[in-house]
Design a binder for this molecule. Structure first.
Ligand code: TXE
Length: 495
C-alpha cells in the first residue's frame, strides 16, 4: 500500500513518530493508502524551515518575475499530472472524476493567475504620497507577509490548498500546509510537483496529520506570521484564538447556509438546473452550497415537481464510474452527521419530498440519496445549520421583501443567489443580500479572478482575485526627512 511522506525543507521523509493512518476510499470503505501522521515536532521543523527560507530572502527577495517563472512550472506540472491527481482525489474524497478534473484544472490556472500578478507587482514602483509637508517624502511599499500556516479542508482538498499556496508563494511568502486528515493525498502530489519545479527548500512544506495533533501545533506556532484557514466555525474559532495569543493575522473561510431566491417570472427548467447544481454538486459538501431555496409561490408546486423528478434521476455511485453525478460522502463521520441531521428534519413539520436515506442498491460506501425537504420551519436545525451534504430545504415566499428577510435571516453570509428574468430586480435584490458572493441567474460558478469570502460568521478576509494576493503582503511606509534645516523641536532650526 502506498505510504505518503512529509515534505520539509525540500526533502520527503517520515514523521518523527513513524505513525501513519489509513486513507479510506468512501465508495468502498476500504483503506487504500497510508498517510504520514505528522505531529508537533514535525510542525516545528517545518515552520523553522519556512522561517529560515523566508528570512534568507532566497524566495522573498527574488524578483516577482523569477517567482512567476517557477509558479508557471508548478501550473504546468499540475496539468501534466492532471489525470493522476484527479483519480487520486476521487478515490480519497468520493467526488465524480469530471469534478475532480475540474478542480485540478482550476488549481493549475490559479498558479498561472498569481504568477501574472507577481510579475505585474514586480514592474510597479512604490507609491509616492504627498504628506502635505515639502520637507518630507513618503513612499508606500508592499512586502511579503512572512511565514504562512495553511489549514485546509477535505471537500476540495487540492484546490483549497492551492487557493492559499499560489498567492502566498507569488507574494514571496513561505508556507507550511496542513491538509485535512480525511483527504491528504492530492496535496502530497502537489508537494511533488512543487519540488520538481525547483522551488527552493523550505519555501513550501507539507505536514499531513490530524487537526488536534498537527493543525493545532501549526496554529499555535510563534514563528508563523499568518494563518489561512478553511473549515468549520468551531475549528476556525480555535485558529483565531491561537492567533490572538501570538497577535497573528488570520483569514477564515468558514461555513454557510446560502439562500437562492427564485422569482416566478423565470424559466422553470433553468431554475431547476441551477438548484440541482447549487446543492448536489460535489455531494453538497460545498461551503457556498445554496442549501436554502426560496421560490415565489406562483411557481412553487410546479417547480418542486420538476425538481423532484430531476433529483430522482441523478445517477449515484462511485466517483470513478462513468456518468455518476453524485458520489459518496467523504467519510463515515460525515455520513453519520448528515444522516443524523436528516433524521432530525423528519421529526419537524417539514415535508420530505424525496430521499432521506441510503440508496437501496448500494450497501457499501457512504452513499446518500439526494434529499429535499419542503415547507421547512425556519427555526429548525435543517433550515438554520450547515448540513454539508446533499440535502436541500425549499420554501415558498410571496413578496420580494419577504424573500430578502428570509434569505438574510442567517448567522452566515458566504454566498447567495437570485434568479429572475427582470434584471433590475436581480440587481436590487443582489444589493440587499448580505453575503460576500452573489450569483445572478446561476449558482456556484467560481472564478479565480474574483474575490471569495463571507460576511458574518462565514469568515474573515478574502481569497482569490487581487484581494487574495493582497492578503499575503505587509504594508510599509518609508518616510524621509529631506531638508537641510534642523527639525527644530528641541534645537533651533539653523540655516
Ligand atoms: O472540519 P474541521 P471537519 C464544516 C462542515 C463539516 C464540518 C466538520 O459543516 O460537516 O465543518 O468538518 C483541521 N486546530 N466544513 O471536522 O475540523 C482539520 O484537520 C487546527 C466546512 O472536517 O474544521 C482540517 O485540516 N486545525 C468547510 C481543517 O481543520 C484543526 C470545509 C478543517 O477541519 C483543528 C470543511 C485544531 N484544533 C468542513 N481541528 C468549508 N468552509 O468549506 C481540526 N483542524
Amino acid at each position: 500500500m502506498q505510504r505518503t511522506s512529509l515534505y520539509i525543507d525540500g526533502k520527503f521523509g517520515a514523521p518523527e513518530n513513524r505513525n501513519y493512518f489509513p486513507a479510506v476510499n468512501p465508495a468502498t470503505e476500504e483503506p487504500f493508502a497510508e498517510v504520514a501522521a505528522g505531529q508537533a515536532p514535525d510542525i516545528d521543523r517545518a515552520v523553522r524551515a519556512a522561517r529560515r527560507a523566508f528570512d534568507s530572502g532566497d524566495w522573498s527577495g527574488l524578483d516577482g518575475r523569477q517567482r512567476a517563472d517557477m509558479l508557471r512550472r508548478v501550473a504546468q506540472g499540475i496539468r501534466t499530472r492532471q489525470k493522476e491527481i484527479a483519480l487520486l482525489e476521487t478515490r480519497d474524497n468520493g467526488k465524480p472524476i469530471p469534478e475532480a478534473e475540474w478542480d485540478v484544472g482550476d488549481a493549475a490556472f490559479c498558479f498561472d493567475y498569481y504568477a501574472d500578478l507577481a510579475e505585474e507587482q514586480a514592474g510597479r514602483s512604490p507609491e509616492e504620497v504627498d504628506v502635505g509637508d515639502p520637507r518630507f517624502q513618503a513612499r508606500i511599499l508592499r512586502e511579503p507577509l512572512g511565514v504562512v500556516g495553511a489549514i485546509t479542508p477535505w471537500n476540495f482538498p487540492l484546490l483549497m490548498a492551492v487557493w492559499k499556496a499560489a498567492p502566498a508563494l507569488a507574494a514571496g511568502c513561505t508556507i507550511v500546509l496542513k491538509p485535512s486528515e480525511l483527504c491528504s493525498l492530492s496535496c502530497h502530489l502537489l508537494a511533488e510537483v512543487i519540488d520538481a519545479a525547483g522551488v527552493p527548500p523550505g519555501v513550501f512544506n507539507l505536514i499531513t496529520g490530524t487537526g488536534p495533533e498537527a493543525g493545532q501545533a501549526l496554529a499555535d506556532h510563534p514563528l508563523v506570521d499568518k494563518m489561512a484557514f478553511t473549515g468549520s466555525v468551531t475549528t476556525g474559532r480555535k485558529v483565531m484564538q491561537a492567533a490572538s495569543a501570538g497577535i497573528r493575522t488570520v483569514s477564515l473561510e468558514l461555513g454557510g447556509k446560502s439562500p437562492f431566491v427564485i422569482f416566478e417570472d423565470c424559466d422553470i427548467d433553468k431554475a431547476v438546473e441551477w438548484i440541482l447544481f447549487g446543492i448536489f454538486w460535489n455531494k453538497g459538501e460545498v461551503c457556498s452550497a445554496t442549501s436554502r431555496v426560496l421560490v415565489q409561490r406562483g411557481i412553487f408546486e410546479r417547480l418542486l415537481d420538476r425538481l423532484r423528478s430531476a433529483t430522482e434521476a441523478i445517477e449515484i455511485g462511485s466517483g470513478e464510474a462513468p456518468g455518476v453525478k453524485l458520489g459518496p460522502l467523504v467519510s463515515k463521520g460525515q455520513y453519520d452527521k448528515v444522516l443524523g441531521t436528516i433524521e432530525t428534519g423528519k421529526l419537524t413539520a417539514a415535508r420530505l419530498v424525496t430521499g432521506g436515506g441510503r440508496p437501496a442498491n448500494l450497501d457499501r460506501g457512504y452513499f446518500l440519496n439526494p434529499t429535499i425537504f419542503a415547507d421547512v420551519p425556519t427555526d429548525s436545525e435543517i433550515w438554520r445549520e450547515e448540513i454539508f451534504g446533499p440535502v436541500l430545504c425549499i420554501n415558498a415566499f410571496d413578496t420580494e421583501q419577504q424573500a430578502l428577510d428570509l434569505a438574510n435571516d442567517s448567522k452566515y453570509g458566504l454566498a447567495a443567489a437570485v434568479m429572475s428574468d427582470d434584471l433590475e430586480r436581480c440587481e436590487r435584490v443582489a444589493a440587499k443580500l448580505r453575503a460576500g458572493i452573489i450569483w445572478v441567474n446561476c449558482s456556484q460558478p467560481t472564478f479565480t479572478q474574483v474575490p471569495w469570502g463571507g460576511y458574518k460568521m462565514s469568515g474573515i478576509g478574502r481569497e482569490l482575485g487581487r484581494a487574495g494576493f493582497d492578503a499575503y503582503f505587509e504594508t510599509k511606509q518609508v518616510t524621509r526627512f529631506d531638508h537641510n534645516e534642523c527639525w527644530g523641536w528641541y534645537l533651533d532650526a539653523q540655516e
